[in-house]
Structure formats: C-alpha cells, structure tokens
Design a protein. Structure first.
Length: 172
C-alpha cells in the first residue's frame, strides 16, 4: 500500500479495488465525468465488463474513496494490452499529486505482473510526464470517434509499443 501524508488530515492509502468497492468507485467516476462518461469511445471497451481488480486501485482517506483508476484487458489487433481508465480524483483532492500516484501504482503493478503495454485516451499534459506517448499510438484505432492525439501508449518492456497498429477490442 502507498500512503501519502497530508497536513492535518488522514493519510491517503492506495489499495487494490475490491468487488464490494464498485458502488463507491462508480459514484466517484460519475461525479468526475458526468453523463458524458458513457459517450466515450473507451467505454465501448468497458461496457458490460469488469475491470481487472488486481490492477485497479482506490485511494482511501479514512473511509472515503477520494481517487480511483481502473485497468482493462484489451487487444490492439492481435497484441494483448491493458486499457487504463477511467481515472478520477475527487475535486477537493486534485492537484496534490494523487492522480499521478494512482497512475504510477497501476503502471508498476502491471509491469510486475508481466504486462507489456498500457493504452489510454487522455490529456497529454497529465499523462505525457507519466511516460505515455501519442506518437506510439498513432495507428491504434479506437472503436468509436476519438481525437487521435489523445490516444497514448506506454511500453512496459522495451519495444512493446513499436509498430502498434490495429483496432482495439475487448479481451477476455
Ligand atoms: C485528471 C485527474 C485524475 C488528475 O488528478 P490530480 O490528482 O489532480 O493529478 P495530479 O495532482 O497528480 O497532477 C499531476 C500533474 O498533472 C497536472 N495536471 C493534473 N490534471 C491536469 C489536467 N487536467 N490538465 C493538465 N495538467 C494536469 C498537475 O498540475 C500536475 O503537474 P505537476 O506535477 O507539474 O504539478 C483529475 O483532475 C480528475 O479526476 N479529473 C476529472 C476526471 C478526468 O478528466 N479524468 C481523465 C483525465 S484524462
């Protein structure tokens, strides 16, 4: 577990998501994205499925979930990959490093489990410094309309993001 101590408050502890956390995590994501969350191309890869709980994380402050990140199993053409998202931090807790901590935790655990590549659709100013690149995902096609500059990949092993090409589909 990762603990972030903050002045005059409980520390924030990041733990793997449990099945029972789904309602609070869903609430957090709804507050962060609003109904537009379901219109996203990435949602086509998530609807009707469950995230990989061992690679999805919740940031807790006492009994309150203040941040979350989920990962999903996908394929890019025939290549296995992980899709990162949604990531959300409660508004009162933003710009304190928690979002970046959640991404770093998910990346390190995915690498430790032998995953080779993480794909996402997100903001370059947030994900670029965390090692994600749109250039490497230029030929990756999402199953719906998307600004291609927001499709980004990060290799977890050398060369895993070279020659990425193909449609992203949900994987078992
Ligand atoms: C995006 C989000 C998860 C970031 O969480 P956070 O805890 O505020 O992020 P951090 O404090 O770890 O920010 C890390 C860095 O990214 C920057 N950053 C954070 N959000 C950013 C944004 N939306 N645009 C540009 N830069 C951003 C921070 O300033 C910080 O930079 P620094 O290290 O130079 O100070 C949070 O703003 C959120 O939940 N937003 C609503 C949901 C959403 O849009 N999620 C998907 C985003 S692609």
């Amino acid at each position: 577990m990762t603990a972030r101590a903050t002045p005059s408050t409980n520390p924030v502890v990041i733990s793997p998501e449990r099945a029972a956390d789904a309602p609070v995590v869903e609430g957090l994501i709804d507050r962060a994205f609003g109904p537009g969350r379901y219109a996203k191309a990435a949602e086509r890869l998530r609807e009707g499925r469950r995230p990989l709980l061992t690679l999805s994380f919740v940031a807790w402050r006492g009994g309150e979930a203040v941040g979350c990140v989920r990962l999903w199993s996908v394929r890019i053409g025939k290549t296995g990959a992980l899709l990162l998202g949604p990531i959300a931090v409660e508004s009162a807790w933003r710009r304190g490093g928690l979002g970046a901590d959640l991404v770093r935790r998910a990346v390190s655990e995915a690498a430790a489990m032998g995953a080779e590549l993480i794909l996402l659709v997100g903001d370059q100013p947030f994900f670029g410094p965390l090692g994600f690149s749109a250039a490497q995902a230029a030929k990756v096609r999402m199953p719906g309309p998307v600004d291609q500059r927001r499709v980004m990949a990060r290799a977890l092993v050398p060369g895993a993001a070279d020659d990425l090409d193909g449609l992203v589909t949900a994987a078992a």
